[in-house]
Design a protein around this ligand. Structure first.
Ligand code: IMP
Ligand code: MG
Length: 181
């Protein structure tokens, strides 16, 4: 559904869960972790679109080691419901067998998306494969998967902002909020 009314848009932002400042602090820490773990190694930061685009942008500005960036896109959600179906709609261009690959995720919910991406990338024999996620909702996990680095562990709420959407809206919020009435 197309939304054009600004007050209707704002009314669904229930409450702020993670502020801009809290995000900034964690982004700096996560970038420092990347610097430490991957210095002297060929590293490819893989962003899973679209949700991770803001996170990737902010984190790469804080990383100081040489790194390459690649994009993948998956589709698994309609509204707030997990379809259980994970489809790769855009794939990497790089031959990842030459790289230590770090997947940057926006959120791990059921874990189905990440599990599918990890299984596909493992099959391409990267030098190593790890996952850094902005948000983790462990209560909702269905797939047997966990991140190597988590910025924020959150309760089971549907969240929006900082790249995360509800029906493609709210990605532009600078903070992470709970969606609802
Ligand atoms: P999965 O259930 O772990 O496979 O989650 C797949 C994708 O659903 C995530 O990468 C997000 O793009 C999206 N998603 C899951 N939970 C939320 C949420 O609370 N808000 C917005 N998007 C979400
Ligand atoms: Mg995502």
């Amino acid at each position: 559904m197309l939304i054009t009314d600004k007050s209707e848009y704002k009314n669904k932002i229930k409450r702020i869960l993670v502020s801009e400042e809290e995000i900034r602090q964690e982004v700096i820490k996560a970038a420092a972790w990347i610097d430490r773990e991957y210095e002297g190694k060929p590293v490819l930061l893989v962003s899973v679109l679209k949700g991770a685009f803001v996170f990737l942008s902010d984190i790469t500005k804080e990383v100081t080691i040489p790194c390459e960036i690649g994009f993948m896109a998956t589709r698994s959600y309609i509204g707030t419901e997990s379809s259980g179906n994970v489809e790769i709609v855009y794939d990497l261009a790089q031959d990842i067998s030459k790289y230590h690959v770090l997947i940057l995720e926006d959120i791990i919910d059921t874990g189905r998306t990440l599990k599918a991406v990890v299984d596909i990338l493992k099959g391409r024999n990267p030098l190593s494969l790890r996952v850094l996620t902005l948000l983790d909702k462990p209560e909702r996990r269905v797939a047997d998967i966990q991140a190597d680095y988590v910025c924020f562990t959150i309760p089971d709420h549907f969240v929006i902002g900082y790249g995360l959407d509800y029906d493609e809206y709210y990605r532009n919020l600078p903070y992470i909020a709970e969606y609802g009435e």
